[in-house]
Design a binder for this molecule. Structure first.
Ligand code: A3P
Length: 347
């Protein structure tokens, strides 16, 4: 009797096991088939508005979700992929020009969740670096990832925002390019900037000044405007240079503080600005309590958080210095609100 029960149990386990293996094989086959789907009717050239006619074809979306697309996202297209799928390297149609420590990496990675967006993974530093710029536009294009013709390429190099020559150079490449600027409350951004440099020094076992010593001129007790982290946070000064070349409509300002706390609404505004159909959803973003930040979910299999170098703990800063800086930035902030038409709750 006991032997009979054991045999029955073995049989049940066998059936369950086969079912599990069968399901697994089906899933593998399914993912593989997504990879083979071809995009139909790619959007021709221009960015499309988010109306029904401008929807990216469903099969194209499925394709995007496939394994090949995943490889494209990582910049891993093989020559065979390029030939078979007629992939191209395209100049960016939008650039995240800054601001350093504003959340530029998070913005780029989050936009890359969109099926019609492909990111240039590295900061290219084409327009701010004379040596790179001298290499010419084909060199720049060669640094871009492979993509389907209907997709748009986005790159980010935060140094562009503060470098004198950059607006004119970008204008010469494409006078109608879309420009994204992500900003944070200026004092917080300056401390974040300082923290990054401090970490670099500590890694090399070097000592470094305290933030307070750098941000305030010891002789005059005024804010030290020679300190780069302070200058970079005077957003309006930099933006005014850009406005000598591009009209205000070509800029979109992203609230970097809100991108940290609640990224989706900010991303939806960017989708609209780029004339992309709304495709990034709450499903693509989940809060990771351990990291203390939102992380990215591309599909059931693949998700990722930003590297540990994003979201550092800032040192405590003397409250009087914070107050001094906030008062200093205040008039510049007001001007920035006026120019951009976007108001922030900065002190
Ligand atoms: P901190 O390190 O000061 O917190 P950038 O990419 O321009 O260097 O900006 C870095 C900042 O992006 C980080 O500054 C962090 O606060 C912010 N950030 C925004 N969203 C993030 C996310 N989802 N994960 C990690 N950092 C994020």
């Amino acid at each position: 009797m006991q032997l009979q029960q054991q045999a029955l149990l073995r049989q049940k386990l066998l059936v369950l096991g086969s079912l599990a293996i069968g399901s697994l094989l089906y899933l593998v086959a399914r993912v593989g088939s997504l990879d083979r789907l071809q995009p139909t009717c790619p959007l021709d050239g221009g960015l499309r508005p988010p109306d029904a006619a401008g929807q990216i074809p469903l099969r194209s979306l499925q394709f995007k979700r496939g394994l090949l697309l995943h490889e494209l996202r990582k910049g891993n297209a093989t020559p065979e992929h390029v030939r078979l799928h007629q992939l191209v390297q395209q100049l960016p149609r939008a650039i995240i020009i800054g601001v350093r420590k504003g959340g530029t990496r998070a913005l780029l990675e989050m936009l890359n969740l969109h099926p019609a967006v492909v990111k240039a993974s590295q900061e290219i530093h084409f327009f701010d670096n004379d040596q790179n710029y001298a290499r010419g536009i084909d060199w720049y294009r060669g640094k871009m990832p492979f993509s389907f013709p209907h997709q748009i390429t986005i790159e980010k190099s935060p140094a562009y925002f503060i470098t004198e020559e950059v607006p004119e150079r970008i204008f010469k490449m494409n006078s109608s390019i879309k420009l994204l600027v992500i900003v944070r409350e200026p004092t917080t951004r300056a401390v974040s900037d300082y923290t990054q440099v401090l970490e670099g020094k500590e890694r090399k076992n070097k000592t470094y000044h305290k933030f307070e010593e750098l941000a305030v001129d010891g002789a005059t007790c005024e804010v030290n405007t020679k300190y780069k982290a302070v200058r970079t946070s005077i957003y309006t000064k930099h933006l005014e240079r850009w406005l000598n070349f591009f009209p205000a409509e070509q800029f979109h300002v992203v609230d970097g503080d809100r991108l940290i706390a609640d990224p989706l609404p900010e991303l939806q505004l960017v989708e609209r600005f780029l004339d992309l159909p709304a495709r990034i959803s709450q499903y693509n973003l989940y809060f990771n309590a351990t990291r203390g930040f939102y992380c990215l979910r591309f599909n059931v299999v693949f998700n990722k958080c930003l590297a540990g170098s994003k979201g550092r703990t800032h040192p405590d800063v003397d409250a009087a210095v914070v107050d001094k800086l906030q008062r200093f930035f205040h008039p510049f902030n007001r001007k920035f609100y006026q120019i951009t038409g976007r108001t922030f709750n900065w002190p």
